[in-house]
Design a protein. Structure first.
Length: 62
């Protein structure tokens, strides 16, 4: 019975990590900082886009 409780606890922690807004933000920033500059190499404004999105995200969090 104790093994089932440990497994359930681990699954709950994993679910919280996956749905964490901070991790979702990190995933978005990785996509923006890696994928977008590769597809649009000449656009200089993309360099500051992750910072702008981070500020917007922090402003939207209640």
């Amino acid at each position: 019975m104790a093994d089932k409780n440990i497994l359930l606890d681990l699954l709950l922690v994993l679910a919280r990590l996956i749905t964490s807004p901070f991790l979702l933000l990190l995933a978005d920033l990785l996509v923006i900082t890696i994928a977008l500059p590769i597809t649009q190499k000449r656009d200089r404004t993309l360099k500051f886009l992750p910072i702008k999105l981070l500020i917007d995200w922090i402003g939207n969090v209640d």
